[in-house]
Ligand binder design. Sequence first.
Ligand code: FES
Ligand SMILES: [Fe+2]
Length: 344
Amino acid sequence: MILADLDRDSTRLWEENWHLLAHRSELAEPRDFVRFDVAGREVVVYNDGASVIAFDNRCPHRGARIFDGDFGRERFLCRYHHWSYSKGRVFVANKESLAHCPMDQLALNTLHLEWVGDFAFVSPSPAQSLEEQLAGLSPMVAAISHGIGGRWDFNRYLYEADWRIALENALEPYHVGPIHPETLNTLKLTPGENRYYGRNSVWSAPLGDERMARRLKSLGRLFDLPHQFEGYESLYLFPFTMVSSTYGYSQSVQNFFPATSPERAHFTSRLFTGRLASTVKPELVSSFMESSATMNRAVFEEDHDICKRVMLDTWSSNPPRFWSASEEKLLHFRESYRNATSAV
Ligand code: FES
Ligand SMILES: [Fe+2]
């Protein structure tokens, strides 16, 4: 496939689909925000004091960027001419001087935002409802979101591989032995089971290491989880997001968003803590969370390093000629990709 086609597909996938962008706990207070780069645009999810909104990160006046950081708590104030925004309203500096303008039409360029449980999904112009897109997965997604305490780690970088390469890597455990010998492979994941929900998929794999499994199971008393798989579970939410967990004690949300520079992706991984049982003090799990965060970061670095080596011009949306049974989800992804990007 040629680069222009790949870019066109990426933009279309961003615009027509719903994307998991944030957990409610990240936007609990007025002025909390999380910012993303996607395919040459920026989108911010923001608590405006009345509700949580998603908007194109540029001022409705003359387009200055509003938020710079990845996340934080900041007032919405455009530095250029000091327009601001709060509780659904744009406040214009020296309003009288714009009396000749159609002020009733003044608005932020917002995106659609909907909740599944405590996860906020965003879409610029969705081709279908979020419920349809999740194709039966929403109860599980909601239950996972309800089992989250808060954000523990935020890890973001420009990935030196196209998002399709990075995502396909995340979809197949065939590489776990050679690429993650000291990290993920220590769980000795069994082949497990793939399940498909429309364009989404779930891989559930019990641990092969009995001792490790017993140890992890015993931690269950510390948590209060509405959804738990005893093993490693990884959800793929078409097109750009993975949510993965070991025993539900933490949840890792990864976004592989397209970038405009060739062979790059905007990668963000966040690690969320599981919701603690009411009697458990957070200090009790902080070293467990710290080691999970360190382990996750190492795994993503290992993935990044191998993805850099994969030549983008070898990629196509057709199935590869040779594929391991453990690469089955990758075939499903390519089929979904073809369906979602073929002309209407
Ligand atoms: S560009 Fe933002 S106030 Fe003018
Ligand atoms: Fe990996």
